[in-house]
Design a protein around this ligand. Structure first.
Ligand code: SAH
Ligand code: SF4
Ligand code: F3S
Length: 463
């Protein structure tokens, strides 16, 4: 029998230093959860290592959103098993841990720890219990409380860009999506708490913050809110005015709750980055209704119109699912038409895969795999053409780049992102640019990145 943790006490700290290794899959929420796990593990005396063979504790932070995730996690566990120290503890966290719970232990009995998505905040206590030996520990409870921990700047892995959750969970229940089952009910965090965290980040020199939520636009709309109620556009304006963070990005925007006030806020505040990730999922009204997305293609296009009419050049990206149950050639043609009409700056295209617990998983997966692949390839080709044309507008332009580090190309090359979230690689004669926001003239357009030349200023040369 697994032990279900019922009382979580303070972690006991130990003098010796043990090492832990975390492998992270999935979205930025998981990246942030791995940082939260770092903070927890340091509390109970662990030190991070990137060498799996050295680790005393190995955590796999998993994603369940597409294609046989539990099987993938178990395959990875068997690889880890071959390489790890014999006494090392293996744990699984993230969305597969939440969705599968103790079933993972039935299939991999040497896994000693299952940490659900709402248990990361007390990981230290769970690890302390596992170290005492005995049965596996499973904590996949979902109290759905709006309990957000604030991560101090020094507890983060990245030095210049920070992720900050503003909404956890999701109440939309799109018929294809497992997230409401792995992240629970939607909870919004208090504006004061978000502001305090951003101010601390700005004070520590962070240049960019990504506000995270499965659906940031429903911030403050949900019943479960910590403290004061405020809409997303109001939150953006308040953070732009008062946080001191030079660049604020946010993801993901759901088209149903997306409104013009968000565009107005981006126009008004230079700190709010001109990038909106607004996934349509399909261009067919029939499929959108089956997906329970809550908008038609025309309503989606109307929201795109607000964005296109804005006084700033706002970059728009999206996600599409091809091969949803019942998707006909005509439905797919409508999706292609939407993609051509919108002209996304970037598009993620996925083949539908049935996910446990979801409504669509009860329907027959009618589109054969080769047809899904064919539709995916066709849409990738359409988007490639759109992107090549659209990105030409950057050629010869000066863009601002937050330098995140050296590019893999050479010592003279640096890499970072623009406010519109494009990757830029560029040449510079300067020896250390990391963490600075610099001007780069774009000289070349690659399929997925821009290339340019550093426009050096006196201020930078004195750094
Ligand atoms: N909250 C975001 C999406 C989060 S999941 C939104 O509402 O837009 C990220 C992306 O994974 C989705 O946009 C969707 O395109 C894709 N996805 C989710 N479930 C999927 C499934 N069952 N099969 C294929 N793709 C899926
Ligand atoms: Fe999933 Fe839909 Fe919620 Fe996005 S809005 S997380 S796709 S259920
Ligand atoms: Fe994956 Fe969970 Fe994120 S399913 S996409 S890690 S919320």
């Amino acid at each position: 029998m697994d032990r279900l943790v019922t009382a979580v006490g303070a972690p006991t700290c130990r003098p010796e230093t043990k090492k832990y290794f975390i492998e992270t899959f999935g979205c930025q929420m998981n990246v942030l959860d791995s940082e939260r796990a770092d903070a927890q593990l340091r509390k109970c005396g662990y030190q991070w290592t990137d060498v799996l063979e050295e680790a005393d504790l190995i955590l796999l932070n998993t994603c369940a959103v597409r294609e046989r995730p539990a099987e993938k996690a178990l395959v990875r566990i068997s690889e880890i098993r071959r390489r790890k120290k014999p006494e090392a503890i293996i744990g699984i966290m993230g969305c597969v841990a939440q969705a599968e719970g103790r079933r993972l232990i039935d299939r991999a009995p040497d896994v000693k720890l299952i940490v659900g998505t709402q248990a990361v905040g007390h990981l230290a206590a769970l690890v302390t219990q596992v170290e005492r030996g005995g049965d596996a520990i499973v904590d996949v409870r979902m109290p759905n409380r709006p309990a957000f921990d604030r991560l101090a700047p020094e507890e983060r892995r990245q030095r210049h860009v920070a992720y900050v959750t503003i909404v956890e969970g999701c109440d939309k229940f799109c018929t294809f999506c497992i997230v409401p089952f792995t992240r629970g009910r939607e909870r919004s965090r208090s504006p004061e708490d978000i502001l305090t965290e951003l101010r601390a980040l700005a004070g520590a020199g962070y240049k960019e913050v990504h506000l995270l939520g499965q659906n940031v636009n429903s911030y403050g709309l949900s019943r479960r809110i910590e403290g004061r109620r405020m809409g997303f556009a109001d939150l953006l304006e308040m953070l732009a005015a008062r946080s001191g963070v030079p660049r604020i990005k946010f993801t993901t925007s759901h088209p149903r709750d997306f409104d013009e006030r968000i565009v107005r806020a981006i126009e008004r505040w230079p700190q709010l980055c001109p990038w909106i990730h607004l996934p349509p999922q399909s261009g067919s009204d029939r499929i959108l209704a089956l997906m329970n997305r809550g908008y038609t293609a025309e309503e989606y296009l109307r929201k795109v119109e607000y964005i296109r009419r804005a006084s700033r050049d706002i970059s728009l990206t999206g996600d599409i699912i091809v091969g949803f149950p019942g998707e006909t050639d005509e439905d797919f043609r409508q999706t292609v038409r939407l993609v051509e009409q919108v002209e996304f700056d970037g598009l993620y295209i996925f083949k539908y895969s049935p996910r446990p617990h979801t409504v669509a998983a009860r329907w027959a997966d009618t589109v054969p795999e080769p047809v899904k692949t064919e539709r995916l390839m066709q849409l990738v080709e359409v988007q490639r053409g759109v992107q090549r044309r659209r990105w030409q507008r950057y050629l010869g332009r000066e863009v601002e780049v937050l330098v995140e580090g050296r590019s893999t190309k050479s010592e003279r090359h640096w890499a970072g992102h623009t406010p519109c979230h494009k990757v830029v690689n560029f040449e510079s004669s300067m020896t250390n640019l990391e963490g600075l926001i610099v001007k780069v003239e774009v000289t070349k357009i690659n399929p997925h990145s821009l290339f340019g030349r550093h426009v050096e200023s006196r201020a930078e040369s004195t750094v």
